[in-house]
Design a protein around this ligand. Structure first.
Ligand code: MG
Length: 385
């Protein structure tokens, strides 16, 4: 028996992946040239670099919807990321796409998120209005290109071009395309499209779970949603006597399965219709290749409207957002007027990239708790330094 080398892995990809899948052997490589690893493919190596990064570990203490300290049983950015990764890999495998590339995009997709979730992103964007703004997809690229420090020869993780491009392009139209080196290319690779759609599938479903658990709405509130009715019907088909809390839990599992199966089947039809012959064929298309069926898209939209009203708009969630706003605005202001209050490393960084951007990078990297502690240390005299 011989060791399976990178070359073997590349040959396996060549033989088994679809023509429209990206192959590790065809990577456009890294900004800083490196000798590739003897038995990991370029994308497997990227995945490992993401998992070993400091930004990845901090996802554990960052808000998904609920602030980290709100309870130990809710999703965090890290558990959300792991759910997205699992769903993405399932879809990628079924469509014969590159599972390793998909996995690294999924594991990295939220590395640019601020503390306190979208509320944090919103306030940083306001505070940075005169200085280029803030967007979490752009920030992912700053994290992997500049802010992670691991190697003596370069800043960042030196990930492959396909991963870097996918991380910034994954989200449609939500950043200034003129400001990056990737502005000239259209739709993202199919592996990135998978992660984008797996992301919303994951949060639709885990937000129902967390919303029920937190008592923001009741199971009876979901009864009018077509997609929920379908999922519940599947549960009763299989377990006619089921009741209690296992019913919604089973329904959520079915919901994920319904969405993922629909996405795979409908996307495959589109792939066949479009006759995609290479991974770059998708760049010139007007729209995503991957898509839910119109019927599923309609049912998901209704579910998302429900979540917007009943979860993200709930007064308890709004209170957390308001607090987040206050905390981040106050510490930003304090550091921007007196950068000497930041740790030395970020004082130096602010000297290189400009005060506001340096402060923004410092704050964006914080966990929920770190931001709260900095607030207390800056403003409450009885706090230890
Ligand atoms: Mg996400």
């Amino acid at each position: 028996m011989n060791i399976q080398t990178r070359h073997d892995l590349e040959q396996y990809e060549e033989a088994h992946l679809a023509p429209y899948a990206m192959r590790a052997a065809d990577t456009h490589g890294r900004v800083h040239p490196e000798t590739e690893h003897p038995y990991r493919s370029a994308y497997q190596r990227d995945r490992d670099r993401v998992v070993h990064s400091s930004a990845f570990r901090r996802l554990e203490y960052k808000t998904q919807v609920f602030v980290n300290q709100a309870g130990d049983y809710y999703r965090t950015r890290l558990t959300h990321t792991m759910e997205v990764s699992q769903i993405s890999r399932t879809i990628a495998r079924a469509l014969r796409l590159n599972e390793d590339l998909t996995e690294v995009i999924a594991l990295g997709h939220d590395l640019g998120h601020t503390p306190f979730g979208h509320a944090g992103e919103g306030i940083l964007n306001e505070l940075m209005a005169g200085n280029g703004g803030f967007n979490h997809n752009v920030q992912v690229l700053r994290v992997v290109d500049l802010l992670e420090e691991r190697y003596p020869d370069f800043l960042g993780l030196n990930l492959t071009r396909e991963v870097r491009e996918s991380l910034i392009k994954r989200s449609r139209g939500s950043y200034d395309r003129s400001s990056t080196e990737f502005s000239d290319r259209g739709q993202p690779l199919l592996e990135a499209q998978v992660v984008d759609l797996a992301d919303s599938t994951a949060y639709d479903n885990h937000d129902i779970d967390d919303g029920l658990r937190a008592g923001l709405f009741a199971e009876s509130d979901l009864q009018d949603l077509e997609l929920w009715k379908l999922a519940v019907a599947e549960v009763f088909n299989r377990y006619p006597k089921i009741s209690g809390r296992l019913l919604p839990r089973q329904a959520i599992l079915n919901l994920i399965n319904l969405e993922v199966t629909d996405l795979i089947n409908h996307s495959l039809e589109r792939i066949n219709d479009l006759n995609l012959a290479s991974p770059v064929d998708c760049h010139k298309l007007k729209d995503y290749v991957l898509a839910f069926s119109p019927e599923m898209a309609r049912m998901r939209a209704a579910l998302q409207r429900f979540l917007h009203q009943r979860m993200y708009g709930h007064h308890l969630v709004r209170r957390m957002q308001k607090k987040a706003h206050r905390i981040l605005a106050a510490i930003f202001e304090e550091f921007a007027t007196t950068p000497e209050l930041m740790p030395e490393h970020f004082q130096h960084w602010a000297g290189e990239v400009g005060v506001e951007r340096g402060v923004c990078d410092y704050i964006a990297g914080m966990t929920d708790r770190h931001a709260q502690e900095e607030y207390a240390k800056l403003f409450f005299p009885d706090q230890k330094l």
